[in-house]
Design a binder for this molecule. Structure first.
Ligand SMILES: Nc1nc2c(c(=O)[nH]1)N[C@H]1C(S)=C(S)[C@@H](COP(=O)(O)O)O[C@H]1N2
Ligand SMILES: [Mo]
Length: 538
């Protein structure tokens, strides 16, 4: 008698299921490595999750995991998959092989559908990695089942043997081997499959790296801007420790997008198209853009998902060409109301045509703080529009600018509950001390706090703070470079009491509007309200 106890059969089946899934994914990854447009089913499924989660869940994920929301999602998908594979393997071994094979096929169909409904418009061949992977995975489960068969309480057809008469079972046949030998054989096969699966995945990743745009980026040298700006003067800083630096280094710049893997868009073969309600369509290669009239501007970019006191904001010097000049060259048809920026990954932004034509420094940008755009920030080309939240304006990996109307087209986030017009709200933030942190006084008994305030296109005229129930008191401001960047602020005073103190701040924009105290969530058009914290004065 070879058969194992049911619980061990289930465990063996679970292991076989997980390893079959590993092989399926490894093979899919390997096949995906053959083509620039093919992807791992995990990424495709992840994309569909991202596209379909309700916005409040997305904001929750961003709040909870910040920029790690994507690894968190992938870990979640991976964990779900492990459980699914373990269950299907156990059922295949304990009950019926057929159930396990059907479950793997189902998994293949889900992957294939996810690949087909690619944002950028999937084609039928996008399903090839998943289909081949699932077929090989199913084959592995079948093989493992076959080799392990003597250990299972099943008939040779793979169906559970319902009324096994244990007593009637034949004694071990020494010619076929002992139970121990069957176990070793099955274990060896599973180990070999695990190695092959992991190896296929590793090879797939390695050969995919040839599609990287990193080398293309290294070969870019940015042209000098016509309006070459001097470095930001030192008085933009108020000199309070802990305040966000006026210029955000590229490596520290927040990153928000729906892309699970960073799109790799080399400059070779790159083309930007200007289409839709224009007199003549434009097609520009990367070099064509660099040869145009190049300008640079300091612009602060903000995410609509930024909560009060949040960090989804950064300020950079962007190099590029003016959007209004490109549009003038294309010639606008009357009636166009919306400018849509389309990314290579299918993501879209859209904003009112006035934001492109009212004279503000809206850019088709290829440089960020003197470097080519980093890959995560849209290399080779993106849009930057002062005064608009990123989701309506700042398309990364930009390949098309389409002129249309708001009736005609809804950008990515609009069917997901966000507003289709989203100017950045006046906001200020305390940076130098965290909520419930301690505020240490200097030797002369003074205390200092500081932060940033922003109202892109309107500028910041004043910032005030309120301590406990005291009066609003004016702050010092860092120099303003233009109305499109944030401004630092500082407040220095001699506290008369120690202990718990509540601090809040509010800004006044260039139009004289005072920041509202009325709180609103990021959804649908950006958070508002005062940043208020409690600190302990020492
Ligand atoms: N292709 C693409 N572009 C995109 C997005 C995206 O998901 N995909 N997200 C937008 C959002 S919501 C913001 S806030 C900015 C963020 O730009 P950053 O990651 O460079 O800071 O990019 C915008 N451009
Ligand atoms: Mo955003």
């Amino acid at each position: 008698m070879y058969a194992l106890r049911k619980r061990w059969v289930a465990a063996l089946g679970a292991a076989a299921g997980i390893i079959a899934a590993l092989v399926a994914l490894g093979v899919a990854e390997l096949i995906a490595g053959l083509s620039r447009t093919w992807r791992s089913p995990i990424i495709d499924v992840g994309d569909r999750v991202i596209d379909n989660v309700p916005p409040y869940l997305k904001d929750f994920a961003i709040e909870k995991f910040g920029t790690n929301d994507k690894p968190a999602l992938l870990i979640g998908i991976g964990a779900t998959l492990v459980v699914y594979a373990a269950v299907l393997g156990a059922v295949a071994f304990v009950r019926r092989l057929r159930v396990g094979v059907i479950a793997i096929a189902t998994f293949g169909v889900i992957g294939a559908l996810a690949a087909r409904s690619n944002r950028a418009g999937g084609s039928i061949d996008d399903a090839i990695p998943t289909v081949v992977g699932a077929a090989v995975g199913a084959g592995c489960l079948w093989l493992a089942h076959r080799v392990a068969n003597p250990l299972l309480q099943q008939g040779p057809d793979g169906d559970a043997r319902v009324d096994v008469d244990h007593a009637a079972e034949s004694a071990p046949d020494p010619a076929r081997g002992t139970r121990r030998e069957f176990l070793v054989r099955t274990g060896g096969l599973l180990a070999a499959m695990a190695v092959v699966g992991a190896g296929a995945g590793a090879v797939g990743r390695a050969i995919r790296s040839r599609f990287s745009a990193a080398e293309s980026r290294q070969n870019v040298s940015l042209p000098a801007a016509r309006n070459a700006l001097a470095p930001a003067p030192t008085d933009v800083s108020v000199g309070v420790e802990g305040v966000a630096p006026f210029v955000t280094p590229n490596a520290d710049f927040y990153r928000i997008d729906t892309a699970l893997t960073v799109p790799q868009v080399p400059t070779e073969g790159y083309e930007l198209r200007v289409t839709g309600m224009v007199e003549r369509e434009l097609r520009l290669g990367f070099e064509d853009l660099l040869r145009r009239d190049v300008v640079e501007h300091d612009i602060t970019l903000t995410c609509v998902s930024n909560t009060i006191g949040g960090e989804l904001i950064g300020n950079a010097r962007w190099t590029g060409v003016r959007l209004d000049e490109l549009l003038a060259e294309a010639g606008l048809q009357p009636g166009a109301t919306q400018v849509v920026g389309r990314s290579i990954d299918g993501y879209t932004c859209g904003f009112p045509i006035e934001a492109a034509t009212d004279g503000r420094n809206a850019l088709v940008a290829f440089g960020m703080n003197g470097e080519p755009l980093p890959l995560e920030h849209g290399f080779p080309v993106r849009l930057i529009v002062p005064g608009l939240y990123g989701y309506v304006s700042a398309t990364k990996w930009l390949i098309e600018i389409e002129l249309t109307t708001f009736d005609e087209f809804q950008q990515y986030w609009v069917p997901r509950g966000y507003a289709d017009r989203a100017p950045i709200k006046l906001m200020s933030r305390i940076d130098s001390v965290d909520g419930l942190g301690t505020l240490t006084r200097t030797a002369d008994g003074m205390a200092a706090i500081g932060g940033v305030a922003w109202a892109q296109t309107r500028g910041i005229r004043a910032v005030e703070v309120q301590l406990d129930d005291g009066p609003w008191q004016a702050c010092e401001l860092g120099a303003a470079l233009n109305d499109d960047t944030w401004r630092q602020w500082a407040f220095r005073w001699t506290p008369t009491t120690t202990g718990r103190t509540s601090i809040r701040c509010r800004a006044t924009d260039g139009d004289g509007v005072i920041q509202t105290d009325e709180r609103s969530e990021p959804l649908p058009n950006g958070a508002s309200g005062h940043h208020q914290i409690v600190v302990f004065v020492e």
